[in-house]
Write a protein that binds this ligand. Structure first.
Ligand code: HEC
Length: 157
């Protein structure tokens, strides 16, 4: 299946090359995997959202799944390690809510990403420590940190 898809894609690119379209940039959606990258990062972001929602249900609403807290927080720690890598140049078109500011202010984007990861690590430490107030504070800080990146770099509906 994957092989067939790749072959079709190569045919497209090959045809475009023959027609001399390659230099125009019109074909980059076929040959640089940007659509797959966008699908992947949106899936990862949704998974972040799911793990944050599950964490909120436990920490804020008291759902009796406290033993699962570490699972959710560990995912958030791992998935936030390098968010800028999910936004390579050329993945700024099509079905994406990524704003052009990501590629204009790469420094700020990287800083907000690393602050987000630090917040996740701090929450993970609080979960390991087991102190409710620290977990709550860590969770609020993490949520705020997700939002501050979205405010600057994600298109609102
Ligand atoms: C450094 C910036 C940044 C950080 C930090 C960040 N996000 Fe995102 N997020 C984005 C951008 C940009 C998009 C839009 C991606 C796209 O549409 O291609 C997005 C999209 C999303 C989406 C929508 C995905 C979809 O279905 O299209 C969700 C949900 C989400 N983020 C949740 C989170 C959560 C939860 C956190 C914190 C744990 C977080 N994000 C941290 C930048 C960030």
């Amino acid at each position: 299946m994957h092989r067939i898809l790749a072959t079709t894609r190569n045919l497209f690119v090959g045809t475009a090359l023959v027609l001399g379209l390659a230099a125009s940039g019109a074909v980059h959606s076929f040959d640089d995997g940007a659509e797959a990258t966008i699908d992947y990062r949106q899936g990862l972001m949704r998974a972040l959202g799911g793990n944050v929602a599950a964490t909120a249900a436990i920490v804020v609403d008291g759902a009796e799944f406290r033993d699962n807290l570490a699972i959710h927080v560990r995912y958030i720690v791992d998935a936030t390690r390098d968010i800028p890598a999910l936004f390579p140049e050329g993945s700024d078109f099509g079905e994406t809510d990524a704003l052009p500011s990501i590629w204009e202010d790469t420094e700020k984007f990287a800083r907000l990403s690393s602050e987000n990861h630090d917040a996740a690590v701090a929450l993970h430490e609080a979960v390991e420590g087991g102190d409710d107030a620290a977990i709550m504070a860590g969770f609020r800080n993490l949520g705020q940190s997700c939002r501050s990146c979205h405010e600057d770099f994600r298109r609102r509906d």
